[in-house]
Design a protein around this ligand. Structure first.
Ligand code: PLP
Length: 467
């Protein structure tokens, strides 16, 4: 499979190249040149496969040319062998219509493990074939950082620099990053918001002074391989609820638009998806964009669901490209407008294309607390704040009763136990797999939100490009 940039001028790459590059050199994001599509019979034949086998089957068309089916299956078995639940992403029924897809059984308790455990192995695989080292630079609102660090800690030929907004991630999230003392892990707390941190990372990808000296790679969901791995659990849930013969809707707690875009890819590949509900908190740029066509960033408001405290959703660009006729030049101009003014209008084609599959909803702090309480009192489940926002959107969506609605449970409730305790009076215990997190030593640099300071720090600690 060949990968092309959403902005039309970066060179096309194969899967290994797109995985190691992350962001395209023209500032765009990589997407496969075309969507592979399974027939109904092929989808029906996937029912009942163990997760790792399903994953290899779904992903094979995307990795062709870079990995054999055999090798891919070895990697998915290794990645998903580290999950604490046999089903990897178990599905639970909440009431007649609503289901919960639990994506938090990986090592760091959030859905990002599903993709990053595999991505760590893919990096190692592709670097092993070259002379290159990889310098991963990422920004996190909490969960990406811990999941990425767990996935690459101690791996050969990789350094990871993870920027988080100081004081804006939960204690559990911070400790899951800062207590990993492997020498290739570099945590940086910056004075600023997640969007500030992400802007620093984007700038570094476009800074020839850095990209010329270091082989810089991404673990944020701008990396195509992450989205690819997330497509699998949409199929896993759909198959359990009757696909390909019965449509299913999904409600997705959304920040950077990566997870819900994977649902869009699943639909493109033939999974019958009735609707994808984009659930946001009060940082609702995506809700506004999808409901009115106005994509304009406001100030970030910190909430109890920090992984969704985002005003600029990188992966939305992928959707705009695909539903807008895949015109890289036009999209580059549109994104240029947005980058200059923090505002743009969707075209009619983009709005209509998105509306065919997506709807959206916004939940404030009260909606979230009520959904956590409903989950506990009516279904006996403790929900984390992100998941609760998804459930609120699912329960207010008005989707026909015969269509099951699956809310993606993106984090374990123990990861955000203060908010869960406030809503329910129950304090979810930390699962034993995270161990003695609160006794371990922490290590973290603190830097101002200043590009020069951050670039100097990375340059001082990374391994330069070979040759
Ligand atoms: C990252 C994250 C999200 C948002 O996912 P995107 O792919 O960025 O839209 C939602 N919930 C949790 C718990 C997360 O960690």
């Amino acid at each position: 499979m060949e990968y092309i940039s959403t902005r039309g001028s970066a060179p096309a790459l194969d899967f290994a190249g797109a995985t190691l590059a992350g962001l395209a050199s023209d500032g765009g994001l990589y997407l496969p040149r075309e969507w592979p599509r399974f027939t109904e019979a092929e989808i029906a034949a996937m029912a009942g496969l163990p997760y790792a086998e399903l994953a290899a089957r779904i992903m094979l068309p995307f990795v062709e040319g870079s990995l054999t089916h055999e090798r891919l299956l070895e990697l998915t078995r290794a990645a998903y062998g580290r999950f604490s639940h046999r089903a990897v992403t178990p599905l639970k029924q909440l009431d007649e219509q609503n289901w919960l897809l639990e994506l938090f059984h990986g090592p760091t308790l959030a859905f990002k493990d599903v993709a990053l455990q595999l991505l760590g192995l893919l990096f190692e695989e592709f670097l092993g074939r070259s002379e290159q080292n990889l310098t991963i630079v990422g920004a996190t609102s909490g969960d990406t950082g811990s999941a990425a660090i767990d996935a690459v800690a101690g791996r050969a030929k990789i350094d990871i620099f993870m920027l988080h907004p100081k004081g804006r991630v939960s204690d559990v999230q911070r400790r899951q990053m800062t207590t990993v003392l492997a020498p290739n892990v570099h945590n940086v707390a910056i004075e600023g918001t997640f969007d500030d941190a992400q802007a620093m990372v984007k700038r570094m990808f476009n800074d020839p002074g850095m990209t010329g000296r270091f082989n810089i790679g991404a673990v944020n969901s701008i990396n195509w391989a992450r989205l690819m791995a997330q497509v699998v659990y949409y199929f896993a849930a759909g198959l359990q609820l009757g696909a390909p013969h019965r449509p299913v809707a999904f409600s997705v707690p959304t920040g950077n638009f990566g997870d819900v875009f994977a649902g869009y890819v699943a639909a493109k590949m033939g999974l019958p998806i009735a609707r994808l509900i984009v659930a946001t908190n009060v940082n609702d740029i995506l809700h506004r964009a999808l409901s009115t066509g106005d994509y304009s960033a406001g100030e970030v408001t910190p909430t109890a669901a920090p992984s969704m405290d985002i005003q600029v959703s990188s992966n939305f660009e992928r959707l705009l490209f695909d539903v807008g006729g895949r015109d890289g030049k036009a999209l580059a101009a549109q994104m240029g407008t947005f980058e200059a003014s923090k505002a743009m209008q969707l075209t009619n084609a983009q709005r209509e294309g998105a509306a065919q599959l997506f709807s959206s909803a916004r939940a404030d702090a009260n909606d979230m607390s009520r959904a956590i309480r409903w989950g506990w009192e009516e279904a006996g489940e403790l929900l984390d704040p992100h998941t609760a926002i998804g459930l609120h959107a699912a329960r207010t969506s008005g989707i026909a009763r015969e269509i099951p609605v699956v809310t993606l449970a993106t984090a374990h409730p123990a990861k955000f136990r203060d908010a869960v305790e406030r809503a329910t009076g129950q304090r979810p215990p930390l699962p034993s797999r995270v161990g003695d997190l609160f006794e371990r030593e922490e290590r973290c640099a603190e830097l101002p939100c200043d590009y020069g300071a951050i670039a100097d720090y990375v340059a001082a600690h990374a391994v330069p490009r070979a040759g």
